[in-house]
Design a protein around this ligand. Structure first.
Ligand code: MN
Length: 234
């Protein structure tokens, strides 16, 4: 039996629809700039720059229904509704044709972002970690296993703030579809069971403030709700 000098942290997990068992999170990968209309609203050209990868710590997962404390060091917290792919079988250099065999299931996600810090990082050519990887930044609903939800090459994705629609698009509009995301990501990292992949957000991103109720949804996967709450400063 292994002895530890500190109490080991508990592993982050995500609920699974229709099951009492939970999905253990290994890593969280994210795709940026994967919908052309969103690339344009961020000032980019989807014909010149392919999607990119970044990551969040595994323990940033924020379950459905949980409050999101307004993060420190930002005045421009943004929502980003996204399809999340949950990996069930790992691998590297995964072929496009085999990519979907690695998927355990899908969930609705919200890639919360300190947009002001991201803009500053982009302008200075610096990493995105402080903009993307903050505590509680990875909103995620229950994972729907492929056996019940199937795969999702298309389907409506939307987001509302206080009941007003802010984002609406279709999963079919992704520049890299799910097989392409898995194949491309597995060239850079060995994927493992338990990995989550946020596949990028459509256009319409914008700010939220304490008190706002943010609901993201994807056809076939239900909804993901968070209340933004003020943070104590100590
Ligand atoms: Mn995103």
């Amino acid at each position: 039996m292994t002895a530890f000098v500190l109490t080991p942290p508990s592993a982050p997990t995500v609920a699974v629809a229709g099951s009492a068992a939970r999905f253990p999170v290994h890593r969280i990968y994210c795709v940026g700039q994967n919908y052309a209309a969103h690339v344009r609203e961020m000032g980019g050209d989807p014909n010149r720059t392919p999607p990119i990868f970044f990551s969040k710590p595994a323990d940033t997962v924020l379950p459905d229904g949980a409050d999101l404390p307004y993060p420190s060091c930002t005045a421009d917290l943004h929502f980003e509704a996204e399809l999340v792919v949950a990996i069930g079988v790992g691998g590297r250099n995964i072929a496009l044709a085999a990519a979907l065999d690695h998927v355990y299931g899908y969930a609705v996600g919200n890639d919360f972002t300190r947009r002001d810090l991201q803009v500053a990082a982009k302008n200075q050519g610096r990493p995105w970690d402080v903009a993307k990887g903050f505590d509680h930044s990875a909103g995620i609903g229950a994972i729907h296993p492929v056996g019940s939800a199937g795969h999702l090459p298309r389907g409506q994705i939307w987001l509302t703030v206080n009941g007003a629609e802010r984002q609406r698009s279709d999963l079919a509009d992704m520049i890299w579809d799910v097989p392409a995301v898995i194949a491309e990501l597995s060239r850079y990292w060995t994927l493992a069971a338990g990995d989550l992949i946020y596949t990028g957000t459509p256009h319409g991103v914008g700010p939220v403030v304490p008190g706002d109720l943010v609901v993201a949804g994807i056809e076939g996967l239900g909804t993901l709700t968070h209340r933004i709450v003020a943070t104590a400063t100590t």
